[in-house]
Design a protein around this ligand. Structure first.
Ligand code: FAD
Ligand code: NAD
Length: 490
């Protein structure tokens, strides 16, 4: 292998963002390299989206045994969970999901380089210089897609394998009898609730007053009420760890509350962009006060002082902005499109929908699920916004299915009556959030949405209840008539 190579594009990181960039780059040129330090297969498939959902699935199916006697199904007391088998299936599925992204990279031949990339100081207007082991790559454009890593306080690392993160949890042979989850954001809440349903005694500690990234105070209240029945929950408290007589102890800082002895701690305190190894200071990339690289939001090109076009694009979790799979994939596409501007034909303009941002959507796979789409509560101008809620405790289809709990809150502009967004904690939120995000994408008014065909009996009828509530908040005295539909059971 030639130790010095020059290419048009180097993609650093073969996760969702890097592979999605690769698809676009390949359309324009063969003159590229992909560099990844391994393991291959993407975080999403290896230790993120997919294994977490596989664990959650087993937990929720097992949990449903509590509902079966109500349906006249007996014998549920004999049902047992086998954590070893659950984890085996999680890993089996994981291996299946990592196959295709791994294969996509391996088939690149010598255009794939296995190793850790870092930048070498480059003179202005010269190709960017990246070193990987003994190789030097000179690239006109670089797409950085190195993902993120879990934040674990350094002083906790001495507790060894008693400290778990999402990177190590799925590698366990069995599940702990008791576990403390530090951080009840998306990862902590999804995994903490799953572990509780799989038989572990779970204590969750959250530094802020909010769990699951929910910003609507009513949904937040319901979430804490509901989930605290499944795990012992402390909010507004930070955790500290220490050892006493070989036992791990967790203390809530500023209080005398101790949890002991603790078998394992799942650290879910957030993730930070994996940029340290890249030596970005060698090329002068600017960082903001939160330590995140400053990038052009439209092109995702990194900013370097006194340099109009750095030629470096930072995408996916690596830029610390929208750490989600579909956003990472979009960012890979957008960056590659702009990086290769000089090779594009005139027909491919910047307005191609493929290279635009989508309506924001987020789903947390708890039970019930948490979701938000469009504008979130914390982003609203409350003076100009109407809010409509629907309580799913009495939603007819949800009652039949034994999952009648939760709340939907929808937000609409008072002047235009357009749906702006919403937050929810309801069964099937993964579907509702998508359906309603489509309405926001199409700039639909609540009247237009109410005229869509709501089938009976479906849970979507619960959304119609929230639309009625919205129109009441907008001052209509007979919302059913105004919206042209008559609810029968909801
Ligand atoms: C437990 C968990 C659950 C999640 N659930 C969801 C979910 O349900 N839905 C959702 O949308 N998102 C979810 N996410 C987030 C989602 O997984 C990430 O946003 C997404 O995987 C990020 O993709 P990426 O391409 O940016 O990074 P990655 O897939 O992490 O890819 C980065 C690649 O860069 C390589 N790399 C790093 N540094 C270097 C270097 N210096 N040199 C060479 N190579 C390097 C790594 O080896 C890796 O292959 C979850 C995340 C976690 C952790
Ligand atoms: N379903 C999904 O789409 C999904 C699921 C999991 C993760 N993700 C993605 O992964 C990213 C990372 O998830 P995450 O849950 O690690 O981050 P997060 O930012 O969602 O949550 C981290 C939580 O830890 C808390 N925390 C920080 N320090 C603490 C301390 N000392 N003691 C107690 N609590 C502390 C924070 O207040 C925060 O609520 C998310 O931003 C999300 O984009 C998505």
């Amino acid at each position: 292998m030639n130790p010095i190579r020059s290419v048009k594009v180097a993609i650093v990181g073969a996760g969702i963002a890097g592979l999605s960039a690769l698809k676009i780059v390949k359309q324009f040129t063969d003159d590229f390299v992909v560099i990844d330090q391994g393991p291959l297969g993407t975080t999403s498939a290896r230790s993120g989206c997919m294994p977490s959902k596989a664990l959650t699935e087993a937990a929720n199916v097992f949990h449903n045994r509590h509902f079966l006697p109500e349906l006249g199904i007996s014998g549920t007391r004999q049902l047992q969970i086998e954590p070893k088998e659950v984890l085996k299936r999680v890993r089996l599925l994981r291996d299946r999901f990592i196959y295709s992204p791994t294969h996509a990279v391996q088939q690149l031949g010598d255009r794939f380089i296995l190793g850790q990339a870092s930048f070498v100081t480059t003179a202005p207007n010269k190709p960017l210089n990246i070193s990987v082991g003994s190789q030097q790559i000179y690239a006109e454009k670089v797409i950085i897609a190195t993902g993120s890593t879990p934040i674990v306080p350094i002083r906790w690392q001495r507790f060894g394998n008693r400290i778990l993160t999402s990177e190590t949890l799925f590698e366990q042979e069995t599940l702990p009898d008791n576990i403390v989850v530090v951080g009840l954001g998306r990862i902590g809440l999804e995994l903490g609730l799953a572990l509780s349903r799989l038989g572990s005694q779970v204590t969750g500690i959250e530094a802020s007053e909010c769990i699951g990234g929910i910003s609507d105070p009513e949904i937040q209240y319901w979430a804490q009420e509901m989930f605290s029945t499944e795990l012992t929950m402390y909010t507004g408290k930070e955790a500290d760890l220490f050892e006493e007589a070989d036992q791990l102890v967790v203390q809530l800082t500023g209080t005398s509350t101790r949890i002991e002895p603790v078998e394992k701690v799942l650290v879910a305190m957030g993730r930070k962009p994996a940029l340290d190894a890249l030596n970005l200071h060698h090329i002068g990339i600017e960082f903001n006060s939160q330590g995140l690289p400053i990038i052009n939001p439209d092109t995702l090109e990194a900013c370097i002082p006194n340099c109009t076009n750095s030629g470096i694009y930072i995408v996916g979790d690596a830029n610390g902005q929208r750490a989600l799979s579909h956003e990472s994939a979009d960012e890979g596409r957008i960056a590659a499109f702009h990086a290769l501007a000089q090779y594009r034909s005139h027909g491919q303009n910047n307005h191609n929908a493929q290279y635009q941002r989508r309506v924001p959507i987020h789903i947390t796979f708890t039970d019930p699920q948490i979701a938000y789409f469009g504008l979130r509560y914390e982003q609203l101008d409350l003076e100009r916004t109407a809010i409509g809620s629907a309580d799913f405790s009495f939603q007819s289809r949800a009652l039949i299915m034994g999952c009648n709990k939760g709340l939907v809150r929808l937000y609409a502009d008072r002047q235009t009556r357009c749906l702006l967004g919403g937050e929810m904690l309801v069964p099937r939120a993964e579907h509702f959030a998508f359906e309603l995000a489509c309405c926001v994408h199409n700039k639909m008014t609540i009247d237009e949405i109410a005229h869509l065909p709501f089938y009976h009996p479906t849970m979507e009828e619960g959304l119609r209840t929230a639309l009625y509530a919205l129109s009441t908040d907008l001052g209509e005295t007979k919302p059913e008539q105004f919206l042209g539909l008559q609810a029968v059971f909801d």
